[in-house]
Write a protein that binds this ligand. Structure first.
Ligand code: CMP
Length: 138
């Protein structure tokens, strides 16, 4: 799993019709897309996915937002995928995101920040398994 990471194109970016532009940037950055699907999470599914954040004050806002519309879940492959995808996404807060990053271009706030990415190889494996069966990974 070491060359794999997990990503989400969040409901704000899908609502804005930016999923195609974001997928093109992912391909241009040299990622191989090993899994991809459009899903609309329930609040319970979003709560399960973000369980590590359940004590945070923004947990309710986060899970409500993540279940507010369709999103695109992705299994991405590249050498050093976790860091490469975080670099392409940019800082969590778009106000701090560097030029050329996805969050600089597409995010509107720290909560509605267009994309998600795993923070470690271990979590990438857990997060891919949360959304994809083996049959859905090519
Ligand atoms: P993500 O990478 O999906 O992981 C956790 C998410 O929590 C993060 O992106 C942000 O969208 C969200 N988040 C972090 N801090 C805040 C905050 N202060 N208020 C609202 N949402 C936040």
């Amino acid at each position: 799993m070491s060359n794999l990471t997990f990503g989400i194109i969040k409901p704000d970016a899908v609502r804005a019709g930016k999923q195609g532009a974001i997928i093109q940037k992912i391909l241009d950055a040299g990622f191989n897309i090993r899994g991809m699907k459009l899903i609309h999470q329930t609040v319970k599914q979003a709560e399960g996915f973000y369980a590590v954040h359940k004590e945070r004050p923004f947990f309710g806002e986060l899970t409500e937002f993540m279940s507010s519309g369709p999103c695109v879940v992705l299994a991405l492959e590249k050498e050093g995928a976790v860091k490469a995808w975080r670099d392409l996404m940019g800082a969590t807060n778009p106000a701090e995101a560097a030029e050329g990053t996805l969050r600089k271009e597409f995010a509107t706030s720290i909560g509605e920040n267009a994309v998600h990415g795993s923070d470690s190889e271990e979590n990438a494996a857990i997060e891919i398994a949360y959304f994809f069966s083996k049959l859905e990974l090519v």
